[in-house]
Design a protein around this ligand. Structure first.
Ligand code: PEP
Ligand code: MG
Length: 589
């Protein structure tokens, strides 16, 4: 039995066997399979070799057509290598005698061949080393791709163990089979973490080397409350956790009873609790958990979940679907926030879209303003859908006023186009912006004259305020919503919105974390947009406190000068209010 700790990002406990996913761009770890799995690995190897050979034949024929036969000949060499019995027998032999995975057999065999070539005296032979590396990537791509898509055909429940997962890979996981996610990389508010939370799958990120500790088939316990993974648990540990699962299920049942009760403080102040969603189908769970609307619809997931760029019609249908599922409740549609860790080939032109500083790069509204057809297509789809229900439009990552004005101007152009074409849309659509860049937070008062509402995106606001990449596990301890500078920016934004008489909400993960509820209410926040599974507990806290009590908490927090002091104090205060809530939970900040 071995225990590992990481960053807990989605609560809950899961007990199931592991499925380990390798990554093409990382060294493949040596992992063994049980005796019964050897034949399956050999078959996977044969299939990957055949598929890679077919792929090279296609590339060869295309090259011959466009560049001529001479240049295409190199691909015959590649095909010859893949068919060379000396190589394939070594790979098969490794699987049969050492019981390693097909991935490791390919990686190890081709790596050592490439090394031999690269150390040769002849320049010609040394160049062949690069060809072998190219072949290795190609064959691994088939094996790893097949393993990932195989997740959807699983006939048993499993826990996914991966070096990293993109948001779209996470989104496509089958919740009925995948019971938890544990990942080497990632930070508290990486989009993969947010999605796992939204899907209600327990998840731990930042485990650093969990993929080398675990093999497919190992028995695992994942404790998403404490951030603990137990590998090969003994009978006592299993019993302890089975009891925990039963205790939590009972506690959640009591919270679910809150669904139809209002989110009102003990002294009668109403707080609006809306939900964040990524996909239309999430609306149903959000409403079931008690959301009174959707405060953040992350529309970029329409792109991330698709192979081809979603057309205006596809987008329109998704928006109408959300509106209808909401049955008259309000919906805030955020325009595309692509870029950084949310990349789609149709937008960037390549799956290998590398910016030197992606989070400071051409993402979100910046990308939209540089890709007008993309932006206008989305705005048309939103406007057309708006006649179906109470829709608001929100622009993300606004960092200066000209950007906002430009976005609004483009929206007016699209409205004019629709009018010219006689296509109906809702005239009075409230326009809002996210406050997730410190420059926007500092200039909030000015922005109140330009928009109808703010939504504070703390996931980004924190990373830009304290200069900590939100998805980097190595500096996750520095990423803190309780940093006094972050608290002070939030306070100023809320105050500016009040003085400017516009609505303000908060839709970053901070709003879903129970430690911060009293502070935010005390700072004057009356609208939260949170991940659906967190709605009952946040509502429970709101119903257990008074506004005066929260104001006292906020005043006390303003006297602290470190995130440690603030978070410790906030935890103590909320535990006084709801002692059961945090039983067994570990906190990160
Ligand atoms: C945020 O930055 O807080 C936010 C809600 O947006 P996202 O997490 O999608 O970047
Ligand atoms: Mg953001």
């Amino acid at each position: 039995m071995l225990t590992k700790r990481g960053i807990p990002v989605s609560p809950g406990v899961a007990i199931a066997p592991a499925i380990v996913l390798d990554a093409e761009d990382q060294p493949i770890r040596r992992r063994t399979v049980p005796h019964s799995g050897v034949n399956g690995e050999v078959q996977r190897l044969e299939k990957a070799l055949t598929d890679a050979t077919r792929e090279i034949e296609t590339v060869r024929d295309r090259t011959a057509e466009t560049l001529g036969n001479e240049l295409s000949k190199i691909f015959n060499v590649h095909i010859g290598m893949l068919a060379d019995p000396a190589l394939t027998t070594r790979m098969r032999g490794a699987i049969k005698s050492e019981r390693v995975t097909a991935e490791y057999a390919v990686y190890n065999t081709l790596r050592s061949l490439a090394l031999q070539f690269k150390q040769n005296e002849s320049t010609m032979v040394r160049k062949m080393g690069s060809d072998v590396t190219d072949l290795e990537r190609r064959v691994l791509k088939h094996l790893i791709g097949e393993a990932r898509s195989g997740l959807n055909e699983l006939d048993h429940q499993a826990i996914v163990v991966a070096h990293d997962l993109t948001p779209s890979q996470t989104a496509s996981l089958d919740k009925s089979k995948i019971k938890a996610l544990i990942i080497d990389l990632g930070g508290r508010t990486s989009h993969t973490a947010i999605l796992a939370h939204a899907l209600g799958i327990p998840a731990i990120v930042g485990l650093e080397d969990i993929t080398s500790e675990v093999s497919t088939g190992d028995s695992l316990i994942v404790d998403g409350h404490r951030g603990v993974v137990v590998i090969d648990p003994d009978a006592a540990k299993l019993m302890e956790y089975r009891q925990e699962v039963r205790r939590m299920a009972a506690f959640e049942d009591t919270l679910d009873e809150l669904r139809d009760k209002p989110a009102v403080t003990r002294d009668g102040t109403e707080v609006i609790l809306q939900a964040n969603i990524e996909f239309p189908t999430e609306v149903d769970e959000a409403v079931a958990k008690g959301a009174v609307g959707i405060g953040l619809y992350r529309t970029e997931f329409l792109y991330l979940g698709a192979d081809v760029e979603p057309s205006e019609e596809t987008q329109y249908e998704a928006y109408v679907d959300v509106i209808r599922r909401l049955g008259g409740r309000p919906l805030t549609i955020r325009t595309l926030d692509l870029g950084a860790d949310k990349v789609h080939e149709s937008v960037t032109g390549s799956s290998e879209y590398n910016e030197r500083n992606p989070f400071l790069g051409c993402r979100s509204i910046r990308l939209c303003l540089q890709s007008l057809p993309l932006f206008k297509t989305q705005l048309r789809a939103i406007l057309r859908a708006s006649i179906e229900g109470p829709v608001k439009i929100m622009f993300p990552l606004i960092s200066n006023i000209m950007e906002l004005r430009q976005a609004k101007m483009i929206l007016s152009d699209v409205k004019e186009d629709l009018e010219d074409q006689g296509i109906p849309y809702r005239e009075q659509i409230p326009i809002g912006m996210m406050i997730e860049v410190p420059s926007a937070a500092i200039q909030a008062m000015t922005f109140t004259r330009e928009v109808d509402f703010f939504s504070v995106g703390t996931n980004d606001l924190i990373q830009y305020t304290v200069a900590v990449d939100r998805s980097n596990e190595r500096i996750a301890n520095l990423y803190s919503a309780a940093h006094p500078a972050v608290v002070s920016l939030i306070k100023e934004v809320i105050r500016s919105a009040q003085r400017g008489k516009i609505d303000v909400s908060l839709c970053g993960e901070m709003a879903s974390e129970p430690e911060f509820t009293m502070l935010l209410v005390g700072l004057g926040l009356r609208s939260f947009s949170i991940t659906p599974p967190a709605i009952p507990e946040i509502k429970q806290i709101i119903r257990s406190v008074s506004v005066d009590q929260c104001r006292r908490v906020a005043r006390k927090v303003s006297g602290f000068d470190s995130d440690r002091e603030i978070i410790n104090y906030l935890r103590d205060e909320v535990v006084k209010v709801m002692p059961d809530l945090f039983e067994g939970r570990s906190f990160g900040i």
